[in-house]
Design a protein around this ligand. Structure first.
Ligand SMILES: Cc1cc2nc3c(=O)[nH]c(=O)nc-3n(C[C@H](O)[C@H](O)[C@H](O)COP(=O)(O)OP(=O)(O)OC[C@H]3O[C@@H](n4cnc5c(N)ncnc54)[C@H](O)[C@@H]3O)c2cc1C
Length: 403
């Protein structure tokens, strides 16, 4: 039947692009739909870089996704010649005094160590003096400690999405951009998706709508997801010579819980020339709606960011060359939801964000493809990990998400 597919993927951002690619690899007939033209700057997946790390302080259940993703990025790099993944090391720094939790985890450094041990990931613990010796751009204090491994690093999210969509299309996926899905419904034997210009049917639907997801859920389930406004800042180094200290060879990606600060911040090496600055960010808590969120960044926000966190890098100037607004879709305990909609066995919902989803997106796409193709188990990666997907189930009885 025309307009009929094995799987429709709603949303072609980080998760939808990878699911489409993995489905196309498996020979499924796939229709991908997006209301914009990914990669774009309206959702959760823009801003040049995303941290990747295999040892996950959020819980060691995430590691198989990150590991599988690394395999996928490397194979895509071989196919396309693009630079997607750079493993220049990760530093998780914790101050000695009172520190803010990271992704809801108070002792994020210790939790990262536990995850590294669980997966036998080579790592070191560095005291302040050693951090300063190896990474002089960081102005650490006495008592600061860091977890360091060489497998972490950063990804180029726009290029990852673009590469997966191109490959999916080359393998036969039909991708329709700038086509907004208006409704989805499951009926006997199929799921029906209606857009502004067409009606499509499929055996399975994957809803990967990022911060627009709550619109596709009944109110009781939608309340378990909270969308928050996040800001990314690029500050210029004080001089071209100081910019060099932020190069990927000398400066790892980092997550830092500074002693006494009202928050956690994270950042990346400079991936461009001096004029493009160095990206750092903290986490915001303002509830947002993707349709109405303020996408401008005020001088007051920039000043507050530099005032609170800029001081940890004496080589950075307060000159903010760029700032962008992005959106988290959060679930309590920074959980992922990768599950069928309760009572609707043809609709799979993918909401792996909670501020840490991109690094897992390649592997999540693989898992979603296996689910949509009716595999009994999700098996990931060279380690052939059988993933217990009940960990990522909807929990309708959980309390609503709390900002
Ligand atoms: C500021 C920030 C920093 C982050 N840092 C990191 C990090 O360092 N490391 C990390 O691992 N993760 C990080 N994350 C999390 C990660 O980026 C997200 O988990 C991931 O991008 C989520 O992808 P997604 O596919 O769910 O959403 P998106 O990429 O936003 O995709 C959703 C897609 O659905 C489409 N869509 C929505 N509604 C419709 C509709 N009605 N019809 C058709 N299409 C529709 C949208 O247009 C969009 O393209 C960060 C997130 C943010 C915001």
């Amino acid at each position: 039947m025309a307009n009929s597919y094995d799987v429709i993927v709603l949303g072609l951002g980080a998760m939808g692009a990878s699911a489409s690619y993995q489905l196309a690899i498996r020979g499924a007939s796939v229709l991908g739909l997006d209301r914009f033209h990914p990669p774009h700057e309206q959702g959760s997946t823009h801003g040049d870089t995303r941290i990747t790390r295999l040892a996950c302080g959020e819980g060691s259940q995430y590691t198989p996704f990150a590991e599988r993703s690394h395999e996928i990025w490397k194979s895509l790099e071989e196919k396309t010649g693009l630079a997607l993944l750079r493993q220049n090391g990760i530093l998780i720094v914790a101050g000695a005094g009172k520190i803010a939790p990271s992704h809801g985890v108070p002792k994020f450094l210790e939790a990262t160590v536990a995850s590294a041990k669980a997966w036998a990931i080579d790592h070191e613990i560095l005291e302040a003096r050693e951090i300063a010796r190896r990474f002089p751009a960081f102005d650490v204090s006495d008592g600061d400690r860091a977890y360091h491994d060489r497998l972490g690093g950063y990804l180029r999210p726009e290029a990852c999405i673009g590469a997966q969509l191109e490959e999916a299309r080359a393998l036969g996926a039909e991708l329709r951009m700038n086509e907004k899905v208006l409704s989805v419904r499951q009926e006997a034997g199929a799921v029906v998706v209606t857009t502004a210009t067409g009606t499509y049917r499929a055996a399975q639907l994957i809803v990967a709508a990022g911060p627009w997801l709550p619109r596709f859920l009944a109110p009781a389930l939608a309340r378990q997801f909270g969308v928050t406004r996040q800001v990314l800042y690029w500050f210029r180094a004080r001089s071209p010579a100081e910019h060099a200290a932020f190069s990927p060879e000398r400066f790892p990606v980092f997550i830092w819980q500074p002693s006494g600060a009202d928050g956690v911040f994270y950042g990346f090496p400079a991936v461009g020339p001096f004029e493009e600055g160095v990206k750092i960010a903290t986490e915001g808590h303002d509830v947002a709606d993707p349709e109405t969120v303020d996408r401008t960044v005020s001088p007051r926000e920039i000043e507050a960011m530099f005032g609170t966190f800029g001081r940890f890098f004496p080589g950075l100037s307060p000159d903010c060359v760029k700032a962008k607004v992005c959106l988290y879709t959060e679930v309590n305990a920074a959980r992922f939801v990768l599950d069928r909609l309760p009572g609707q066995d043809r609709i799979i919902v993918a909401s792996p964000c909670s501020g840490h989803g991109f690094k897992h997106s390649g592997g999540v796409g693989d898992a979603l493809a296996q689910m949509a193709m009716g595999e009994k188990q999700v098996v990931l990666g060279a380690g052939r990990h059988v993933v217990d997907m009940t960990q990522f189930a909807f929990r309708p009885d959980d309390p609503p998400w709390k900002a």
